[in-house]
Design a protein around this ligand. Structure first.
Ligand SMILES: C[S@@+](CC[C@H](N)C(=O)[O-])C[C@H]1O[C@@H](n2cnc3c(N)ncnc32)[C@H](O)[C@@H]1O
Length: 253
């Protein structure tokens, strides 16, 4: 039985930073978000996870609040924070919360949802509620940004050989982390991609000692009509990120 991504004991969460670090399709995302906020401007990151971008933007001088729903991911963010220079750490606040209902009772110069975070919830009422949360936290003149997947990439078929890993990487302890795509189903009309990704840890001889099948679902839709319900309009053409997704930038109408 597959467990959801980012839950306790999941290998996706335990090795998130290594897996994400290998993903060339994310290269440059921090520069895009940094380019949307004035020098020293405050930032709210929804779906901050292990703090990959949170730490990066704080390092560039931005006070930032990182919100995530997963205690497992937030625990890793805390470990990352512990290794940062005190001056950078002082700019970061990590908060457990749900982006569909959050109310921090303050505003920011940039609100952003990186790496398909919005796509984790259904593209209907949950997106509307999230855009209302985004708008509520935007200061005068602030921008909002969300990175969403491209439908043509979501539609790609699963690999023909499910028993062959699509990722095989060494771990610091000499073992290897493998990833298999066990299921990948795209539902037309609702634009929903259901995946079961199985992570496995193999001994140096190849013997698999741990398996973790994990369910990851993405939803996609044109975000502009749902953003409009919160009074947000597109600020510019979507920014291509790695040919698999785009960063959609909004401002108040
Ligand atoms: C792909 S990760 C992005 C992590 C990090 N910001 C990055 O770019 O590497 C997506 C994150 O969204 C979080 N998430 C999913 N649904 C959420 C919700 N309703 N509210 C807040 N966070 C959520 C997940 O727990 C996960 O950490």
């Amino acid at each position: 039985m597959a467990k959801p991504y980012y839950t306790p004991g999941s290998l996706s969460a335990a090795h998130y930073d290594m897996i994400t670090g290998l993903d060339v399709r994310l290269r440059g995302d921090e520069d895009i978000y940094a380019g949307l906020v004035p020098e020293g401007g405050s930032v709210l990151e929804l779906g901050a996870g292990t703090g990959r971008l949170t730490a990066g933007l704080a390092g560039r001088g931005h006070p930032i609040v990182g919100v995530d729903i997963s205690p497992t991911m937030l625990a890793q963010a805390q470990a990352r924070l512990a290794g940062l220079p005190e001056e950078v750490r002082a700019r970061i606040q990590m908060v457990r919360g749900d982006m569909t209902s959050l109310d921090l009772k303050r505003t920011f110069d940039l609100v952003f949802l990186p790496f398909f975070t919005l796509a984790h919830v259904p593209a209907g009422a949950a997106w509307k509620n999230t855009f209302a949360v985004v708008a509520r936290h935007m200061a005068e003149g602030a921008l909002a940004a969300c990175h969403l997947p491209r439908i043509e990439v979501m539609k790609l078929p699963p690999p023909a050989a499910k028993h062959l890993p699509v990722m095989d990487q060494p771990l610091p302890d000499g073992r290897r982390l493998l990833m298999f795509v066990k299921e990948r189903t795209f539902r037309e009309g609702v634009n929903r991609l259901d995946q079961v990704l199985e992570y496995a840890v193999a001994e140096p001889g190849g013997h698999i000692v741990q398996r973790s099948p994990e369910r990851l679902t993405f939803y996609m839709s044109d975000p502009t009509p749902l953003a409009a319900t919160a009074g947000l309009v597109l600020d510019r053409d979507p920014i291509n990120l790695g040919d698999v997704g785009d960063v959609w930038v909004f401002r108040r109408a």
